[in-house]
Design a protein around this ligand. Structure first.
Ligand code: SF4
Ligand code: SF4
Length: 66
């Protein structure tokens, strides 16, 4: 269980790849339909991707996640 996670809002994301380039953990992955998603197992919650996204498509969420 995790208390925080970073998620990409697919309705805002324009797939520019900036978040993927700055992620030190390789946690921003491309899906089959070329959407970018954050793998919570790889993510260490450093926040660099959120800072890198000019569209503010990445949000930090707090809660209990499986
Ligand atoms: S930086 Fe923002 S807009 Fe660009 S791919 Fe990442 S989430 Fe999408
Ligand atoms: S919070 Fe850090 S480790 Fe997690 S996806 Fe963003 S840049 Fe990568």
């Amino acid at each position: 269980m995790k208390l925080t996670r970073y998620d990409i809002d697919q309705s805002i994301c324009r797939r520019c790849g900036s978040c993927q380039r700055v992620c030190p953990r390789g946690a921003v992955l491309e899906t089959d339909d070329r959407s970018l998603v954050i793998d919570p197992k790889r993510c260490d919650r450093c926040g660099r991707c959120r800072d890198a996204c000019k569209l503010r498509a990445i949000a930090k969420r707090t809660g209990l996640f499986a």
